[in-house]
Design a protein around this ligand. Structure first.
Ligand SMILES: NC(=O)C1=CN([C@@H]2O[C@H](COP(=O)(O)OP(=O)(O)OC[C@H]3O[C@@H](n4cnc5c(N)ncnc54)[C@H](OP(=O)(O)O)[C@@H]3O)[C@@H](O)[C@H]2O)C=CC1
Ligand SMILES: CC(=O)N[C@@H](CCC(=O)OP(=O)(O)O)C(=O)O
Length: 347
């Protein structure tokens, strides 16, 4: 049995980790970490866990936790994991960090986009970017996983085959993305109040969103090793969960639907959690909600010679907790899909 500790178990991503791990046959949660609810029953914070979780919330003492847990998930705000981790902890246990602290290899880029001083730059190089479909073999050997961002997972997986196979002009990539409000976390913020969000949709972080350099870096590795430059515009939509990506890029070759479909099948045909949809079917967030699936598809526009790529995913599952458990399974030598085969829920 893998012993698991969660720092930030009372946040949206943390509670989704709890939900998934309760259905995992090889994992046992030994630590429900919190900042605000220490010593309170976890099931009194999340009442869906009544009679399912009999444990109290604990602090964020990562030194102590590292002696008890085989894997620690940090589902905490940006900067916290980097401020807690040290060599002793990493020699005791493995860490899957759901924040962005170890996602970006260039520390100056991280500090600029996050407006934070990085507290553990010495671990950035060894951290493995935990996008399982792309970095599977490196993840298996890692002790520190940088779990990818929600918008980034959907954007990268949607575009990766086209960039890797050099089918698009990478200078023309535009990513338009939408997220449900759980993407913003549980913390109270005026911008996320019901009346501010309901019956409205808005772009935010236009040209400045922190996921931009993460997508640029990862797609750059798929292309020529250096970061690309893209436009990325996120939007907040009045739904609880879900990410929808629509991306555009100019084709560099005359290709048919069948040519591009063959490329997507090459990369994702055997992937359990990436579903390339049938011709003409557009991904929808409602068909992936509550699951670890990413649905992708594309349409060629012969008028503009662009390809339009679409991806849909649950931000809390494949965009956070599901992918984190997928990473845990890989580093612990467990079946990659264990605990993650729940079908999407609807309605
Ligand atoms: N929401 C999403 O869709 C996604 C989130 N993520 C990432 O996961 C992380 C968590 O996000 P999310 O769950 O949305 O955020 P929430 O705001 O919902 O939760 C944050 C969690 O961190 C805890 N926390 C906050 N500050 C501290 C601290 N100083 N010490 C210890 N614990 C602390 C909170 O504890 P308490 O509530 O007890 O105060 C809470 O459990 C973030 O890095 C986020 O970027 C990644 C992908 C998607
Ligand atoms: C709707 C919303 O606010 N979304 C968050 C991104 C989600 C998230 O938590 O970011 P990571 O995936 O990097 O951890 C945002 O725009 O900052």
């Amino acid at each position: 049995m893998v012993k698991v500790g969660i720092i930030g178990a009372t946040g949206y991503a943390g509670q989704e980790l709890v939900r998934i791990l309760l259905g995992h046959k090889d994992a046992e949660i030994v630590w429900y970490g919190s900042r605000s609810y220490i010593d309170q029953e976890y099931a009194s914070v999340y009442r869906n866990m009544f009679q399912l979780v009999d444990a109290k919330c604990m602090d964020d003492n990562m030194d102590e936790l590292s002696k008890q847990a085989d894997v620690i998930f940090t589902a905490t705000p940006q900067g916290l994991c980097a401020s807690l981790v040290n060599e002793q902890i990493l020699s005791n246990t493995k860490i899957v960090d759901l924040s962005a602290d170890f996602r970006i290899k260039d520390v100056a880029t991280y500090e600029k986009w996050y407006n934070l001083e990085h507290k553990s730059p010495q671990f950035i190089e060894e951290a493995v970017y935990g996008l399982c479909e792309i970095n599977r073999e490196d993840i298996k050997k890692a002790r520190l996983i940088a779990n990818p961002g929600c918008y980034t997972t959907c954007s990268i997986l949607s575009l990766y085959p086209l960039v890797k196979e050099r089918l698009v002009d990478v200078d023309t990539i535009i990513v338009d993305a939408k997220s449900g409000t759980s993407g913003a976390g549980r913390g109270a913020k005026v911008a996320n109040l019901y009346c501010e969000v309901n019956e409205s949709i808005k772009a935010y972080g236009v040209t400045t969103h922190r996921h931009t350099p993460e997508i640029e870096e990862q797609l750059g590795y798929a292309y020529d090793g250096t970061p690309l430059t893209i436009n990325f515009t996120p939007h907040l939509v009045p739904m609880n969960r879900g990410i929808l990506v629509t991306a555009y890029a100019k084709l560099v070759k005359d290709v048919s639907y069948e040519d591009i479909k063959a490329v997507y099948d090459k990369y994702y045909g055997k992937e359990r959690f990436v579903r390339v949809l049938e011709k003409g079917v557009c991904p929808e967030t409602r068909w992936v909600e509550g699951s670890n699936y990413v649905d992708v598809n594309f349409v060629i526009d012969p008028r503009t010679k662009r390809v339009v790529v679409m991806g849909a995913m649950d931000n809390l599952v494949k965009g956070a907790a599901g992918q984190a458990v997928q990473n845990m399974n890989l580093i612990m030598g467990l079946p990659e899909e264990e605990g993650l085969l729940m079908p999407p829920m609807f309605p």
